[in-house]
Design a binder for this molecule. Sequence first.
Ligand code: ADP
Ligand code: GN1
Ligand code: MG
Length: 352
Amino acid sequence: MLDYEVKWRYHRDDMNAFDARKIASNFGFEDIKGVHEISSGHINATYSIDTGNGRFILQRVNTSVFNDPGRMMENISIVLRKIPRLFLVPALDGRPYYEDGSGFYRVYNFIEDSITYGKVESADMAWKMGRALMEFHSALSSMDGSALYETIPHFHDMSFRLEQFERAVSEDRAGRAATVGREIGFIRENGKRASRISSMYNGGLLPCRVTHNDAKLQNMLFSRTTGDFLTFIDLDTVMPGTILFDTGDMMRTGCSLAEEDEENLEKVRFSVPFFQAMKDGYFSLSDGMPADMEASLFNESGLAITFIMALRFLTDYINGDTYFRVDRPDHNLVRARNQMRLIEEMEKHQII
Ligand code: ADP
Ligand code: GN1
Ligand code: MG
């Protein structure tokens, strides 16, 4: 069986099929009143569990994506000391996770009154996003980036991602490459200019800091009642990086008027007012951060990260959907096209 077929099965059949009640007992929860699947993330399997002591988030970590989850949990434990509201519930043996032959599991407190969004709804919300990201960066700015373990090596390394892409095209394991010639052309035409930030970071021209690396809107929790930002979640990729990886992800997901997988490209428009508000929010708290070089590349970070997502979604489509959770066969292709359109929109508005 081909490797990608095994992973497809993992996503399709097995991904969410763990016995949450049984696993929860290893964290001391015996009286589970309800279990609800949350399927908005693309990587892990997530449930909310209602217990006699309140609600919690139980996750099975995707260990084909995170190869050393024990070390990843060490990173997360360090970072959580600096982040308000979110904490891990230890397993009965005291470790911040439980592991057996069926998988690798962890429990977080459930952030009550929280909501996540697939797209920004107002300039005020965009401002709050910007401010929240700067608060996150500032909270971690005293830490030495290189002290953290790299949970996914080369995660934002554009040359590496372009190599993976070219390999996927030449192997063409799912027989899809011939149907996406236009999209392959887009990647090849724009790869070089979109690589600038990644090359500068690899060349030591940008500070190595502790960054989130998945700072998309859906990984930010807001209050349902006040609309205020509550916390970042999904800390699995917190590791050394440049803050531009995060500002780019914030732009990618916070300035588009459509969700990442909107199929109707007419709806994929870049909001200049949201962008201005987000930027104002980010720079409303400067705190000696970012450095001039980082600040000058803020707009370009939107290109870098939107491009890397177009590239990764298209690569996954060509590989036969081995990585991101998909709900339908063309899901990754739709996402890739959506991101390409967003880049065109950034150009149209002379943001990049
Ligand atoms: P993935 O790595 O698969 O993206 P996430 O950690 O982002 O998984 O979690 C998936 C979803 O679960 C989030 O988008 C959010 O809706 C919800 N979620 C995760 N952690 C919490 C939490 N501590 N409190 C409330 N909701 C949460
Ligand atoms: C994945 O786990 P989730 O859904 O928050 C992915 C990110 C992508 C994002 C695109 C570990 O994030 O890199 O930007 O999908 N996470 C990983 O929505 O690959
Ligand atoms: Mg997530």
